[in-house]
Design a protein around this ligand. Structure first.
Ligand SMILES: [Zn+2]
Length: 99
């Protein structure tokens, strides 16, 4: 079951975050000045390293918050949310699903 998807150029992968209910991109190939994340090459049970940190207005369940924050480790297709996430899955580990 594919749970992450490459962009057109193959430099990034996107997965559906069950905490934010939106997609998060992870850069897996050199692109501009950005350093790629390490990736195990799997679209079905991806592992990314280091952690994935996303932030922005209205992210997650933090309705009205100026800044939402989502911080996770993705390992073997499971997403482990760290306790500094602003959504309700903070501190939990859940399997990623298809888009
Ligand atoms: Zn998220």
């Amino acid at each position: 079951m594919q749970i992450c998807y490459p962009n057109e150029s193959g430099t990034r992968l996107v997965f559906m975050c069950p905490g934010c209910k939106c997609g998060h991109y992870v850069r897996v190939k050199q692109e501009g000045d950005g350093t790629p994340w390490s990736w195990n090459g799997s679209l079905e049970k991806p592992t990314f390293s280091p952690s994935v940190l996303t932030w922005g207005p209205g992210l997650g369940d933090a309705v009205g918050a100026e800044e939402g924050r989502c911080h996770s480790f993705v390992t073997d297709g499971q997403i482990q949310f760290l306790s500094d996430c602003t959504h309700s899955l903070a501190g939990q580990t859940v399997p990623l699903g298809p888009w």
